[in-house]
Design a protein around this ligand. Structure first.
Ligand code: PLP
Length: 401
């Protein structure tokens, strides 16, 4: 008989979002007339601009002809797309040969977790995107779950709270191999300054650690004084991997496209190139992102594509502003509007209590902060993805609470 993979059994409870859906469904069963507004899962709602879908249509149609048909592409992705992404988002910092196109950030996060194996000690922001913890559990990096402490024995959680401006205290931290860092941060929206990222890079250098920098929301940063990439910090290419995504940039959550940057200068302890081994590993378990999606990605990088995407991002940010204005009247928000999320403190009770209160009193579906980690207790995350009409209706309901 096949033995159970024990790492899977170490996962705690259900993944956060299925639990949110379960509660929503049960509420609707009891209140079938309820007019629910979802401000929960961070999924995009605006359609993809037609110039981008047309590029994908064209790429799909070309597969129907003997002359233009292509099969497997390069595992690393189309060179033209890699060149366009580096020129647009990492000018002078990153070589297109250090960028790997993927089928979405989450997929590469999972592959990276397996790539680094079981013997790494992991640290991450608390609260955080749940995939960092759960993927580390699956990769066997966390040790056993300790119910008394409500965390894993070998996992280091770095509290990110209003008291520390949502930036972890790295001063007395040691023995860390991999440190996840997300900016703008899901769920809090906190966006690291140059000074903070310099501290993070200095920490990684001191500890010979590798940063996995998740920049899935970088395009939402409006404040020109804030860094959009870890590579804006000198020396970061010796210690950091950056993961980007087309999901929240272009509404590609269903299309699936993103990238990972593994700089040439990044080395393992024994001097082996991380990039070289990553390429070897990747080409064993992965055959590249869909070519149709990559042509969509190229259209996103065109001048007109960029203009269209900027409009959509401004739309979501205006949604966030409307929501924040209403929530600020009633509760305490912490989001600086560089992300499509409003991180809100409601009080000393459990986040699930506040989730239930918002559901029952205002028919609003949110995400309980505790689902992102202990430090999210008492908080709720409101998502700004939605139609303007729904966001305005939601804002009105919040004002009546
Ligand atoms: N990273 C963060 C911080 C996210 O919030 C998400 C999705 O919500 C992802 C990565 C996943 O992105 P993708 O759709 O590219 O897999």
């Amino acid at each position: 008989m096949v033995k159970l993979n024990q790492n899977i059994t170490k996962l705690q409870s259900s993944y956060l979002f299925p639990e949110v859906l379960r509660r929503k469904k049960s509420f609707l069963e009891k209140n079938p007339e309820a007019d629910l507004i979802s401000l929960s899962i961070g999924d995009t709602t605006e359609p993809i601009p037609s110039l981008i879908t047309e590029a994908m249509n064209k790429a799909a149609t070309s597969l129907a002809s003997k002359k233009s048909y292509v099969g497997y592409g390069p595992e690393q992705g189309l060179l033209e797309l890699r060149e366009k992404i580096t020129a647009k988002y990492y000018p002078e910092h990153i070589d297109p040969n250090d960028l790997f196109i993927n089928d979405g950030a989450k997929c590469d996060l999972g592959r990276l977790q397996m790539f680094f194996g079981q013997k790494v000690h992991v640290a991450l922001q608390d609260p955080a995107y749940p995939v960092y913890v759960d993927g580390s559990v699956l990769a066997g990096q966390t040790g056993e779950f300790c119910p008394d402490k409500n965390t894993y024995e070998d996992l280091t959680l770095l509290p990110c709270l209003p008291e520390n401006n949502f930036f972890p205290n790295l001063d007395n931290l040691s023995g860390i191999d991999l440190i996840y860092f997300c900016s703008p941060h899901n769920p809090t929206g906190a966006t690291a300054t140059f000074e903070q990222l310099e501290k993070l890079v200095a920490f990684a250098k001191r500890n010979k650690a590798i940063i996995i920098y998740d920049s899935a929301y970088a395009f939402y940063i409006q404040d020109p004084s804030l860094p959009k990439s870890i590579y804006e910090i000198e020396g970061a290419d010796e210690v950091a991997i950056e993961i980007g995504s087309f999901s929240k940039l272009a509404g590609f959550t269903g299309v699936r496209l993103g990238w990972s940057i593994i700089p040439q200068k990044l080395k393992f302890e024994d001097g082996t190139s991380v990039k070289k081994l990553w390429y070897r590993y990747l080409s064993t378990i992965y055959n590249g992102a869909s070519n149709i999606a990559q042509y969509g990605g190229l259209a996103c990088m065109s001048r007109d594509g960029q203009l269209e995407l900027k409009k959509i991002i401004s739309f979501y940010l205006e949604n966030a502003r409307i929501l924040k204005e209403a929530i600020d009247e009633k509760f305490q928000t912490f989001s600086p509007l560089n992300a499509p999320y409003i991180w809100t403190y409601l009080g000393p009770k459990s986040s699930w209590d506040y989730f239930n209160m918002l559901l029952e009193k205002a028919s609003l579906v949110t995400v309980p902060g505790s689902g992102f980690g202990h430090c999210g207790e008492g908080f709720v995350r409101f998502s700004a993805f939605g139609s303007r009409e729904n966001i305005q209706r939601a804002a009105k309901r919040i004002l009546t609470l």
